[in-house]
Write a new protein. Structure first.
Length: 349
């Protein structure tokens, strides 16, 4: 019996009805997305034995996403990651943001994009398009716009996320997807055996509060060198200041794609044989090894433990607004914010 493409996903505390949308390709790959937060809920891809594994952490229903605070599968905006001091200056005017991470702003404050019900403006077998109206002053930022986020699943097992917005004032826009990946299956324990490769010669060290210092540091000779591939667990607990500060990997790497949509990273599991390639046109990727996930109740009765997943959040660098040497996430009035990130799945072994 064919599965319904749209199903109920529970109600919010306000009584809003949320839905789950299914994308499926000819290879049997399935992506389930919800209009609550425009989030990726499930992603079933074939392993080396051609058996499907759900490779993203998530919750069973809207109530889980409403209650959860670790951003499983989330669409994050206006500005992903951290802003030091919770303020930003645009065209000579200072805008104060919510201090929700010590004295800093994280993921734009607690009026998160992933805690809102998005509208679905287009839906087909291979894609679903969400839109959220973000008014002037939203999260403390100037300018209004409609943020369009379209997920497309093609027959090469590539899930593409396309973000488009046109603000009516100069403002900051820096979107990302915060999916937590475990290529052995969402409830299979840690990802410390996963091998990660990143096309980056440098990263941006941060202070004890994860705010970049402004330095762009070479990865050469450090546990941050993923250019030839590195198993996550090999050096994650090394006595190296950035790893101590982050309790593991939770850092931004400086990508070499120069604004082109290109392959920037790869994650591979020997156990499942699943390989995930990451493509983007953005300048950075935050790699986070779920260091602060501890006993989080998840879908299908799972309890997610520390380091049970790895996030690859493509974005502008954290706190870029305070570092002139970083690429800037400023979008001018009337300009189109237009960026794509894709996760492509294949098998080896």
């Amino acid at each position: 019996m064919e599965e319904n493409k749209v199903t109920g996903f529970g109600r919010t505390k306000k009584g809003e009805e949320a839905h789950l949308y299914l994308l499926e390709n000819k290879n049997g790959v399935k992506a389930y997305l919800t209009d609550y937060g425009a989030a990726l809920v499930r992603l079933l891809v074939p392993d080396k034995n051609n058996e499907l594994r759900d490779v993203v952490l998530g919750y069973d229903d809207t109530a889980g996403y409403e209650q959860g605070d670790v951003f499983f599968g989330a669409t994050v905006g206006r500005n992903a990651n951290r802003v030091g001091g919770a303020h930003v200056e645009i065209a000579g005017k200072v805008y104060k943001l919510e201090k929700n991470d010590n004295d800093n702003n994280l993921h734009s404050g607690t009026h998160y994009y992933n805690k809102r019900l998005w509208d679905v403006v287009e839906q087909a077998d291979d894609h679903v398009a969400f839109v959220l109206h973000s008014p002037d002053g939203d999260q403390g930022y100037p300018g209004a716009f409609d943020m369009h986020v379209t997920y497309t699943l093609d027959d090469s097992n590539e899930l593409t996320i396309h973000y488009v917005a046109v603000p009516d004032q100069d403002t900051v826009i820096n979107m990302t997807n915060h999916s937590y990946f475990n290529l052995n299956g969402h409830a299979s324990g840690t990802v410390l055996g996963h091998k990660v490769t990143v096309n980056a010669d440098s990263f941006t060290p941060a202070d004890a509060y994860s705010i970049p210092t402004g330095e762009i540091r070479s990865v050469e000779g450090t546990p941050m060198d993923f250019r030839s591939g590195r198993v996550l667990g090999d050096d994650i607990d090394t006595d190296y200041e950035p790893l101590r500060f982050g309790s593991g990997y939770d850092h931004n790497w400086v990508l070499k794609n120069e604004g082109r949509f290109d392959k920037v990273a790869e994650v591979a599991s020997e156990e499942s044989g699943i390989v995930m390639e990451v493509y983007t046109d953005l300048p950075g990727v935050q790699i986070y090894t779920a260091n602060f996930v501890d006993g989080e109740p998840g879908k299908d009765g799972a309890s997610y433990i520390k380091r049970s997943a790895v996030c690859l959040e493509t974005q502008y660098f954290p706190d870029a607004v305070h570092h002139e040497n970083f690429p800037q996430p400023l979008c001018r009035k009337g300009e189109k914010y237009d960026t794509r990130t894709a996760y492509r799945f294949l098998t080896r072994g």
